[in-house]
Design a protein. Structure first.
Length: 330
């Protein structure tokens, strides 16, 4: 029989009590809205989502630190006009704090997650969905940026993304430097010629950005896209930590590799969707697609594990070790 040290047992007991307390607090909140745990429709990394009537949803977030995040999103949604889009965007009706739980009430958006539909699609239908997916990303360029959006990044506690006299590329170079302070030790160990590759990224980002500026969703993937029974896109969910102002190709590039991120469908979708993008936008975007994908692979290396010890980190390493991507960066 293995007996745990007293300190470890006490910590475990405290965690159990905290979970029970949080669960009880959530039940009281649900009761106040006339809901029960049976009304739960989704559990994500950040929140639990419950049906609240026909037009609204209730989200419960653990911890009061989410208050700033939610109010920032609420203000952002309120200042953008989605009327130019063929699909709906989120809207937060109210934000509140009760005890250690943050509460938001949001507009309920129509449709079902595209990600749930992908496994059952025929090859022909998959091609149609890919074209709709790309078109939805391109549509975001129609959104007018709020006049007071004075940062390249919506969430920027350090102030590194303030828009002054520099440009999108210079911001990305600062962002890369910040992220490398967290992940360089691990990537140097696992990525061939990593120092050279980092310098290659810096060299490209040292060139002045001459493109146009648009809203970047930052997490454009099938799980954040809702579709109807005809596979038409009805809504785009969850702007957030990577929502930015810059090159719209960033969303297209990350949307490309996020479409079937870990090749779960075993259908060669990365190559197939890239072909759709190049056919639609032209082969000249390939370099930027690879640049942003490689940048994202550094950026997200420690997203799910602070010590870079999970499957997503290995996915990032595999991208950074793929010489085909680097060969196109000129």
């Amino acid at each position: 029989m293995c007996i745990q040290p007293a300190a470890k047992r006490l910590a475990g007991n405290r965690n159990c009590r905290n979970r029970r307390t949080m669960s009880a607090a959530k039940e009281l909140i649900l009761q106040s809205y006339g809901l029960s745990p049976n009304d739960l429709i989704h559990t994500g990394m950040e929140a639990e989502v419950y049906v609240l009537g026909s037009d609204s949803i209730l989200k419960l977030y653990n911890g009061t630190t989410n208050l700033h995040y939610l109010t920032t999103l609420q203000n952002f949604y309120a200042t953008i006009n989605p009327s130019a889009l063929s699909y709906a965007l989120p809207y937060i009706e109210s934000v509140a704090v009760e005890g250690e739980i943050c509460i938001s009430i949001e507009r309920r958006l129509p449709g079902d997650p595209m990600s749930a539909k992908l496994p059952s699609l025929t090859k022909k239908r998959m091609e149609q969905v890919m074209h709709a997916y790309l078109a939805a990303s391109l549509e975001l360029t129609k959104i007018q940026i709020p006049t007071d959006f004075d940062h390249y990044k919506l969430f920027d506690a350090e102030g590194m993304s303030r828009r002054t006299d520099d440009d999108w590329h210079q911001f990305l170079a600062r962002y890369l430097s910040q992220k490398l302070s967290q992940v360089a030790t691990y990537l140097n160990r696992d990525v061939t010629n990593f120092d050279w590759k980092v310098q290659r990224l810096y060299t490209i980002l040292a060139q002045r950005y001459t493109g146009s500026y648009h809203v970047i969703h930052g997490d454009f993937f099938p799980g954040n896209i809702l579709v109807d029974e005809k596979y038409q896109i009805t809504a785009l969910l969850d702007f957030g930590l990577l929502t930015m102002y810059g090159d719209s190709l960033f969303d297209i590039a990350t949307g490309w590799v996020l479409f079937d991120m870990y090749d779960e469908l075993q259908a060669n979708l990365r190559e197939r969707y890239l072909a759709v993008v190049l056919e639609t936008l032209g082969s000249h975007v390939r370099e930027k697609m690879y640049l942003y994908m490689l940048f994202y692979s550094v950026l997200s290396a420690n997203t799910y594990s602070s010590t870079c010890a999970d499957g997503h980190y290995q996915w990032c390493v595999d991208n950074l070790n793929n010489q085909e991507y680097w060969r196109h960066l000129v």
